[in-house]
Ligand binder design. Structure first.
Ligand code: MN
Length: 376
């Protein structure tokens, strides 16, 4: 942070502590109850039968080409497909379908609208820039066609050909202005080049100008980190490695000063913020102590989570985690998401409906925040 900003470490820490203890009593009670009950995902009041209207914003689709791309990308990079469809009961073959599975699923679980996007690796999976640029257009056009076909049920995040950053910014603008998309979803790194690098700032600049968010989706970690996972394949994928990779990527973006340069840029993180809301105090403390990079942010690191970051509930069904995210981010910065079709829908709904929070906050998180931030 800038010395001139005049926020001393002590003043800053006291503000942080004040924010941390200003947790509504009902949330604190919910967290305690969740802890006391161990694994049981039912800490709050019973809300059986209560279904808040939901807009879900990390919901994936694919066509055959995207599913094939995933296989090809796995071969090219050496990464196998790490999601076992059998393990969760909702399989890849369901991603292209809208009428047999998806819309009945949405109706069953009270999802009035899905904001759809491709899953990983999406456009980031193409090896060369020229192909990525052409394919991104085709994929976004196909997605726009789906959205047009079912009025009111779907909105979209664009896929961007980050292999050519200027073209990615142009495609974002086309997708927003011509196709009506609500932002973009970038599938993590582009062959392990990260979005904090200055060549990508053209994308942040355009997103800020268009006032649309960029959703940073989980991705496989670089093979540079392979040693720590050696002998522990169970820790790769959604268990741990994706979240660490994506959380690190988000911290790189913040620490590079992207949001100082583009204060109107917005980053969305899934999985309740990839653990980061839990760690804000630690991040600030470490940042003040280290300062090895010579980088100077304009604000405490944690402050960017309340000015430029939104988190979603995708794929994480623990009330204590949701309570933490709401406390750390504020109720305006948490948005409902499922992560269709890679979800346990009942667990997602039950966790959301039973986690103690005010009715006003439940309405915000389930749909009002989505409507506001994505201009739905
Ligand atoms: Mn996802």
């Amino acid at each position: 942070m800038k010395e001139k900003a005049g926020v001393g470490r002590r003043e800053f820490l006291s503000k942080t502590v004040a924010a941390a203890i200003a947790v509504p009593a009902v949330l604190a009670a919910g967290a305690n109850a969740a802890h006391a009950q161990g694994d049981a995902p039912k800490p709050g009041p019973e809300r059986t039968g209560v279904r808040t209207k939901k807009i879900a914003i990390e919901e994936h689709w694919a066509n055959q080409e995207l599913n094939d791309l995933r296989t090809e990308w796995g071969k090219r990079t050496g990464y196998p497909i790490t999601v076992d469809p059998k393990a969760i009961g909702y399989s890849f073959p369901r991603t292209p379908d809208f009428e047999k599975f998806r819309i009945p699923f949405m109706d069953e679980f009270g999802i009035t609208m899905q904001v759809i996007s491709t899953g990983s690796p999406g456009v980031q999976g193409y090896a060369d820039a020229q192909t990525a640029v052409a394919k991104a257009k085709a994929i976004n056009d196909a997605q726009a066609e789906i959205i047009r076909k079912y009025p009111g049920r779907f909105a979209g995040f664009a896929g961007l050909p980050t292999q050519d950053p200027k073209a990615a910014a142009d495609e974002l603008e086309r997708a927003v202005k011509q196709l009506g998309f609500k932002g973009a979803m970038i599938q993590g790194s582009t062959d392990w080049q990260y979005l904090d690098e200055t060549k990508y700032w053209v994308i942040w600049e355009r997103a800020a100008a268009l006032e649309v968010p960029i959703y940073l989706h989980v991705q496989e970690p670089s093979f540079d980190s392979a040693k720590i996972y050696a002998g522990h394949p169970e820790l790769t994928g959604s268990t741990w490695a994706w979240g660490v990779e994506t959380g690190t990527h988000a911290l790189r973006i913040i620490n590079a000063g992207v949001f100082d340069a583009f204060p109107k840029a917005t980053l969305i993180l899934g999985h309740l913020g990839e653990s980061l809301p839990y760690l804000l105090g630690r991040l600030d403390e470490g940042y003040f102590m280290a300062a090895k990079s010579g980088r100077k942010l304009q604000k405490p690191l944690s402050a960017y989570f309340r000015s430029n970051v939104l988190v979603t509930t995708s794929g994480l069904y623990r009330p204590e985690a949701l309570v933490c995210a709401i406390s750390a981010m504020g109720p305006d910065r948490v948005l409902y998401a499922m992560d269709y079709p890679f979800v346990q829908p009942k667990a997602s709904i039950e966790c959301f409906e039973r986690t103690p929070m005010t009715d006003a906050d439940r309405e915000k998180i389930s749909h009002l925040n989505g409507e506001r931030w994505l201009k739905l």
